[in-house]
Design a protein around this ligand. Structure first.
Ligand SMILES: [Zn+2]
Length: 352
């Protein structure tokens, strides 16, 4: 899978029209996931044998060990009741819209009546975004902490009453200007004991790390970083704005806060803030991607390679508040019998 260079119009849709014509029925979605999971043909997840045959219940039977496996078994889509067309629509809205989609908008776009269902779908998609073993930031990296959150749902326009979370922010600084990738993580506090693990998890040794003068960053040269400290006090003495010492971190943090208030209208509780921060960083790090279809492809690729996520893991803390359901939509998909079979260009390209 890693060797494939996905092509527009073949491996991912170029437009919403193409998306709709490719994935109008569950069968088409299933075939796409089948191809994405096993581009070279079925491989048994139990014994690793390559080869088997399709059996009547739609699963594959391994030619070596005889185990039956469905395309979605052991992936994010395992045992999900929502039709795959619903999942694909969620993935498309999630990826194709620059700022993503709120649970309420997704609920309105799907024929699913429940806000918690839409909420859980989006949280499942969010949970695949952090790939284990992904590269750490490198080059020149600004690091700082900021407070985020504390907006109580339902108190829009009123005073924020919730608790704010301390968030570590790291962003690559490019020369002569501009920024590379970012990472954000909730921190228990701003002590060296919290900041050092944050650095080592997200920044490659050998990088130049720029921080303010906070003592929590003292001694990070000992972790293998070239440490550049910018002192607030010195900036103030020079008549400069100490808030602009770390413009990259400042930029990322303000974009993240604006995104939380915009797309999600601030209704993000503390327990789920980290997954929203992951989504924000995923978007920020792909902001120059010219093709939203490719982002959609990457989300599905991560999802088909991800373990199932249980509902009780998503709701480790408070359940989403039920919202008044929107009026049922009249938009429906035609039954597959009335519609011509989709082209499935990913198959033809693979055989070529
Ligand atoms: Zn097997």
């Amino acid at each position: 899978m890693g060797d494939l260079q996905p092509r527009a119009g073949v491996h991912y849709p170029r437009s919403s029209g193409e998306f709709q014509s490719w994935f109008a029925a569950d069968d088409d979605c299933l075939d796409f996931l089948d191809w994405l999971r096993w581009p070279g043909g079925f491989v048994c997840p139990k014994c690793g044998h390559g080869g088997g045959w399709a059996v009547a219940d739609g699963r594959y039977k391994c030619a070596a060990c005889g185990k039956r496996t469905s395309v979605t078994a052991g992936t994010l889509f395992d045992r999900r009741r929502t039709p795959l067309t619903g999942w694909f629509t969620a993935g498309w809205m999630f990826a194709a819209q620059k700022d993503g989609v709120s649970a309420l908008s997704l609920q309105r776009s799907l024929e699913i009546g429940s806000y918690p269902t839409a909420w859980a779908m989006l949280h499942r998609l969010r949970s695949v975004l952090v790939r284990p073993g992904r590269d750490r930031l490198s080059g020149t990296v600004e690091v700082d902490e900021t407070f985020i959150g504390g907006e109580e749902p339902g108190l829009r326009g009123g005073r924020a009453k919730g608790k704010k979370s301390l968030v570590g922010v790291a962003v690559e600084v490019r020369q002569p200007r501009g920024y590379g990738r970012c990472r954000m993580e909730i921190l228990p506090d701003a002590s060296a004991g919290s900041l050092r693990p944050f650095l080592t998890r997200h920044v490659e040794p050998g990088a130049t790390v720029i921080t303010d003068g906070w003592m929590g960053y003292h001694g990070i040269a000992g972790l293998g970083y070239a440490h550049v400290r910018r002192s607030q006090r010195a900036a103030r003495a020079r008549g400069e704005d100490p808030g602009k010492l770390l413009p990259g971190v400042h930029r990322v943090a303000s974009l993240a806060k604006r995104w939380l208030l915009g797309t999600h209208q601030g209704s993000v509780d503390d327990a789920h803030l980290q997954s929203y921060l992951n989504e924000f960083c995923f978007r920020f790090n792909r902001r120059r991607s010219r093709s939203r279809g490719l982002v959609f492809y990457r989300v599905l690729e991560l999802a088909i390679g991800h373990d199932p996520v249980r509902y009780r893991d998503l709701v480790a803390a408070p359940k989403p508040k039920a919202k008044t359901p929107a009026a049922p939509s009249q938009r429906g998909r035609p039954p597959s019998i009335e519609r011509p079979r989709a082209a499935r260009p990913w198959r033809t390209a693979h055989l070529a």
